[in-house]
Design a protein around this ligand. Structure first.
Ligand code: PLP
Length: 421
């Protein structure tokens, strides 16, 4: 009943909660070839399940480390200094930065989700606006709206007729939507850039990122750059981090990364924000009391991030090899079935055009197709949840175990291809 709770709670309850409804169904009845063969195959959530064997072994080896007094008590809420230092060193090495990131400029919380929520609270007042190039990761909207009450403003970059690059970057589109937002009375405080982009896998070039940095500096708005897939690029892709660019407005440029994607550890819950803005960092440190990563988790993560030999020689090459194999498998399958798709250069997901299977090009029909697939035992993510400006697009995650991927695609064959005239 509206009014019983705060206006904030009512507002948060009104925003779509796709995860809370359909995803929980998929998780609650997860497919397993032995115990639950009729369960739901999840090719909707972006997780990396290609290296479970390596991680289970590694975590088993590291588990004794948490039998330490440090695990028992309160720790620095925004992350142990040694963990922040080691993450800063790891990222500098992987992103080709001239020197390690300063641990004093890093804050850790329990996921990029929490960090973005905290950053939105810090840079926008209730009713202010943050722009986001769309299609984009659907939760961005919840992350800035639910608690902070900061409005999410879509900048649709995706032109359906532009089959060559479904995510091509156009500064004039950003300028146009910035102007439109201002004309509509929005107080624009920032822009979210996800690079590599989810759901398209687009990798923005150094030049594109530089152009956006200059745009945000000119407008005096913050830019929050989420590089959570920075180490998940496909073969031969050159990725340039925002931290390698000339940054015209360092106090309004903030970098985010986490363990959930590149390192497969979404269950560990750890995300970071790095910024030269000391006031923002201090604010996030205070808010870390509400999103602290447990001490045992931090101890484990520290052991992982410091094990450069294992990460460089075992985990990362295996991950990239398996990602590539799965990508080739799904690309081959899509081509064989004449299903158009856009595949960027990173991430374990592909942006697939199922428009031809919709009786009418509407979001209702997109949802109906999604529900038909779910009933048939397959969960994939509909484009509307990622602000696709056109109905009929879906994101399919392929960074899963090979048998799950094959089974999921078989269910598309059974549920739509076999009945499609
Ligand atoms: C682009 C992007 N950012 C952030 C997140 C959330 O990350 P975390 O698990 O660190 O909260 C996701 C998860 O899918 C994502 O795709």
């Amino acid at each position: 009943m509206a009014g019983m709770l705060s206006k904030r709670a009512d507002r948060a309850l009104e925003t779509t909660d796709f995860l809370g409804s359909y995803l929980l169904q998929a998780l609650g009845n997860a497919y397993n070839p032995i115990d639950n063969p009729k369960g739901i195959v999840n090719l909707g959530t972006v997780e990396n399940k290609t290296c479970e064997d390596l991680w289970i072994k590694k975590i088993g080896e590291l588990a004794p480390l948490i039998a330490d007094k440090m695990s028992l008590y309160y720790c620095n809420f925004s992350g142990f200094e040694f963990l922040r230092r080691n993450i800063g060193t790891f990222l500098a090495r992987k992103l080709d930065l001239p020197k390690p990131l300063d641990p004093q400029e890093i804050v850790l919380q329990d996921g990029v989700t929490g960090i973005l929520n905290a950053a939105a609270l810090a840079i926008g007042d209730e009713g202010d606006t943050i722009l986001c190039v769309t299609p984009s990761f659907g939760r961005f909207r919840n992350d800035i709206e639910d608690v902070a009450g900061v409005r999410f403003y879509e900048v649709p970059m995706f032109e359906e007729r532009d089959k060559g690059d479904a995510a091509e970057f156009h500064l004039n589109v950003i300028e146009k939507y910035y102007r439109k937002a201002i004309d509509e009375g929005h107080n624009v405080r920032g822009l979210i850039l996800c690079n590599p982009q989810n759901p398209t896998g687009k990798v923005y070039s150094k030049q594109e990122v530089g152009t956006l940095l200059k745009f945000c500096a000119r407008k005096k708005i913050h830019i929050l750059v989420d590089e959570i897939f920075a180490l998940s690029c496909h073969e031969k892709t050159k990725f340039t981090s925002v931290l390698q660019c000339d940054i015209p407005d360092p106090s309004r440029t903030h970098f985010m990364w986490g363990f959930s994607k590149d390192l497969s550890l979404s269950g560990f819950r750890c995300g970071m924000l790095y910024s030269k803005n000391a006031r923002l960092i201090n604010h996030l440190r205070k808010s870390s009391a509400y999103g602290t990563i447990s001490a045992p988790t931090q101890i484990m993560l520290n052991a992982i991030i410091s094990d450069t030999e294992w990460l460089d020689r075992v985990y990362l090459p295996t991950y990239r090899k398996r990602l590539q194999e799965n990508l080739e498998f799904i690309r081959g399958w899509l081509k064989r079935h004449s299903i158009p798709f856009y595949c960027g250069s990173a991430g374990g997901f592909i942006w697939v055009n199922l428009t031809k299977f919709l009786p009418k090009k509407t979001y209702e029909e997109e949802l109906a197709l999604f529900e038909r697939l779910l009933k048939g035992g397959l969960y994939i993510c509909p484009g509307k949840e990622m602000f696709s400006p056109y109905p009929g697009w879906f994101r399919i995650t392929f960074s899963v175990q090979k048998d799950r991927l094959a089974e999921g695609l078989r269910r598309i064959e059974n549920k739509i291809l076999s009945t499609w005239l």
